[in-house]
Design a protein around this ligand. Structure first.
Ligand SMILES: [Zn+2]
Length: 765
């Protein structure tokens, strides 16, 4: 009886699942944006795209194929190991922007890029095409099973699978969004080459490769399966799925703390897709669990996550709050891709709520609305700021994903299921539902106005249901049809109002609503909160002083806002009873609010300025106690930072790359809320000793440092004069050169301690 009940229940659940399964998005080509902040972002992105030189982006591919160069490759991340990654994103951006705008200039440029890649593939002769430095030697080693991988280095090459995944996706998008058949041929040959390459490897060896960041390489093969229906691609997609991440998610365990965030999200997009294609329900459930965990317990108000690119403990956001390296834009780019897939798979509007929040606040704000340029980190540290890329200097990951972000705003404004139309987002746009001979115009100034108008253009009267999203943040939601109040709608799903009617040409629906305003605390429950008005996160401009590096140069860390850190202690605090914080806001015009001496406005409008988005919340009693404590900690931190010339956080991707990390038999990890790296052979970094002021190097570790187990070399000379006190090793040395190469060698293949930080400081003696 029990078994029967379970079978019966599963059938119901399955039916429930399937009844939503057909929600589909319109192709980008059917939705055009109308005047507003999103259309502006699209136009600005178009100009940025056109400023990039295709031949410079293609240069790494020509170099690897041994073909003469037409232009020098770009610098920055394009010539320090991640060579060619932007070209992959660029194909996607050209294809999607073409689909959204039908501008033939983009199509022509895309065709040129594809024909050049085809030339490289032909020259290579084995199906391979790529920009990875010394690619042929690198892949040969992998093919022979010679695999030494850590989180971002595979055989001392910077994330090669991540890099080539961008090309896989770019070729896929060129075919799917712009109908480029040559791209499909290149993609299939590249996929077949890759399958041959890994064919001799055991599953264990493949999992070893997957320890290194690899983008959505599993998704790439799932997409190849969708394109070709050839099962070998789906089997490869399954083989390329990283079990150390998948298995805990299947068990509904959140083991994300300390993991590099954007390494994981694309893997999960792959799990979701493979789950659907291979009918592996557990994989789909794992993806949904990941989404819940990240959005509900690990995201800040604007939808972003991570500090210094890694997931912080869900119960402690203090590091995220303090760091100039707040949430990374790539993470939200990928979280939106996952949200869209989950929404289409389930019809659950919670995915849309997150999508809307992140689109309006993180993604829209991550591009300079006048000059162009993309943001990498969005700090929530009070009174810090963000920096922007420039077309010819900045070749970061967030430039790659940034190029794509603003090409596809039309992807989820509307959806359909059979005959039904869903209006999901309040964005001014026109939908051309060709198959049904229906055009939908949405006219709105939202979020500036609190109204949207939907105009229906159908040649003949047509009966179908329009589902209008009724977000939970919208109060006093009223609907008028042709100017007359309408209340006969069906409201089965609390997040949609459904109107079943025979629509006539020129019918129009007017929706009015009032956004609610609330203060949202950080997920760790600490006393920090941000104001949210409707789906719009508010923040206050605080100062335009000391915006060092506002438009990034080509330095490795140009993407970090390295200007002065203003004391958190001086941040504007809210002191009152809990219920009174929101009532302190005085509405001004244009979505602005007065808060004491500050003016809050939509965060996406704030550029070229320091800002405060999160506010410490106190009762008056708490205020004095906590502030004293904060001041003490902050003073100690700032004093240490002020003496620091250069610093490496061992085991963290970006700081290590920026300090020319090299190593053998080296592992990294995260314990006791700190990152570490050890070695059984050696590790080395380069420190920059600006103006030769540094005179002390401190190496910190999680374990006790024993001199009998390690040797330290500075610019090849062994250091003998060191002081060790438990977990800290100190080298005092005058006349250090401008560039210091520091190498830590383990003795007799023993594991070194887990090093956490190497800091070069100036001590006045
Ligand atoms: Zn990024």
């Amino acid at each position: 009886m029990k078994v029967n009940f379970i079978i019966w229940l599963s059938c119901i659940l399955l039916l429930g699942h399937n009844s939503f399964a057909q929600i589909q998005s319109y192709p980008l080509s059917r939705v055009s944006l109308k005047s507003g902040p999103f259309k502006n972002a699209q136009d600005v992105d178009f100009r940025y795209i056109m400023q990039l030189n295709p031949d410079r982006l293609l240069a790494p591919y020509l170099i690897d194929a041994g073909l003469p160069l037409k232009a020098e490759r770009y610098g920055n991340w394009e010539n320090i190991g991640l060579d060619g990654h932007i070209a992959g994103h660029y194909l996607s951006a050209l294809a999607m922007m073409y689909s959204s705008t039908r501008n033939k200039v983009l199509k022509k440029r895309l065709q040129y890029m594809i024909s050049e890649l085809e030339r490289c593939q032909l020259k290579n002769g084995n199906g391979y095409v790529g920009g990875i430095p010394e690619g042929k030697i690198f892949w040969e080693r992998i093919n022979k099973g010679d695999i030494d991988g850590s989180s971002f280095g595979l055989n001392n090459t910077w994330v090669p699978l991540y890099n080539i995944h961008k090309l896989f996706k770019g070729l896929h998008d060129a075919h799917v969004y712009a109908g480029n058949d040559a791209a499909k041929n290149i993609l299939i040959k590249l996929g077949d080459w890759f399958i041959q390459l890994i064919q001799p490897l055991s599953d264990e060896q493949i999992q070893k490769i997957l320890k290194t960041e690899h983008g959505g390489i599993n998704e790439a093969f799932a997409d190849l399966y969708t394109l070709t229906k050839d099962k070998k691609y789906l089997n490869t997609a399954i083989r390329l799925s990283h079990l150390d991440i998948l298995n805990p998610l299947i068990q509904k365990e959140d083991k994300l703390t300390g993991l590099h965030a954007n390494t994981q999200i694309p893997k999960v997009i792959g799990f979701q897709k493979i789950g659907n294609l291979a009918k592996k329900d557990l994989w789909g459930d794992a993806a949904a669990f990941f989404w819940n965990t990240v959005t509900q317990t690990r995201s800040v108000s604007f939808g972003g996550n991570s500090v210094r690119e890694h997931f912080n403990p869900a119960n402690d956001f203090s590091k995220l709050l303090a760091s100039p390296q707040g949430p990374e834009t790539c993470n939200s780019y990928n979280m939106l891709r996952l949200s869209k897939a989950l929404f289409e798979g389930t019809g659950d509007s919670k995915y849309l709520s997150y999508y809307e929040r992140t689109l309006f606040n993180h993604i829209l704000s991550s591009q300079h609305p006048k000059k162009g340029g993309f943001v990498y980190f969005t700090p929530i540290r009070p009174n810090h700021y963000r920096v922007y890329s420039q077309p010819h200097t900045s070749m970061w990951c967030c430039v790659g994903s940034g190029l794509e972000n603003h090409t596809k705003y039309g992807e989820l404004i509307y959806s359909f299921k059979n005959e039904d139309l869903y209006v999901n987002l309040f964005i001014a746009s026109q939908l051309n539902w060709k198959e049904k001979n229906i055009k939908i115009d949405q006219n709105t100034d939202f979020p500036k106005s609190t109204q949207t108008e939907i105009r229906i253009d159908t040649r003949k009267p047509k009966k179908f249901i329009i589902h209008l999203r009724h977000p939970s943040w919208a109060k006093n939601y009223t609907v008028k049809i042709n100017g007359m109040p309408y209340t006969e709608y069906i409201n089965d799903n609390p997040e949609y109002i459904s109107i079943d009617r025979t629509w006539q040409k020129k019918d129009h629906i007017t929706i009015n609503f009032m956004p609610t305003t609330s203060i949202e605390r950080l997920p760790d429950g600490s006393n920090w909160g941000a104001f949210v008005h409707g789906p719009i996160v508010l923040a206050a401009k605080s100062s335009e002083n000391e915006l060092t590096g506002l438009f990034a140069d080509d330095s490795r860390m140009g993407h970090e806002a390295k200007g002065k850190l203003y004391s958190i202690y001086n941040a504007h605090a809210l002191v009152s009873d809990q219920n009174e914080y929101v009532t302190k806001l005085v509405p001004l015009s244009n979505q602005k609010f007065k808060l004491d001496s500050l003016v809050l406005e939509p965060f996406y409008q704030i550029h070229d300025s320091r800002y405060q988005m999160y506010f410490p919340l106190y009762t008056s009693k708490e205020y004095n106690d906590r502030n004293q404590e904060l001041l003490r900690k902050e003073k100690a931190f700032l004093a240490k930072e002020a003496m620091t010339i250069d610093k490496i956080n061992c085991g963290e991707q970006q700081p290590e790359t920026d300090h020319s990390f090299k190593g053998e038999k080296s592992h990294n990890g995260y314990d006791d809320e700190v990152f570490w790296r050890n070695t059984q052979s050696y590790i080395s970094y380069k420190l920059s000793n600006k103006n030769k002021k540094g005179n002390i190097i401190e190496i910190s570790a999680l374990d006790e440092i024993k001199i009998e187990n390690i040797s330290i070399f500075i610019n090849q000379n062994e250091v003998t004069n060191l002081a060790i006190e438990k977990n800290k090793l100190t080298i005092s040395m005058d006349d250090l050169p401008e560039e210091i190469q520091i190498k830590i060698q383990s003795k007799q293949n023993k594991f070194s301690p887990r090093f956490t930080e190497i800091r070069l400081s100036q001590i006045i003696r």
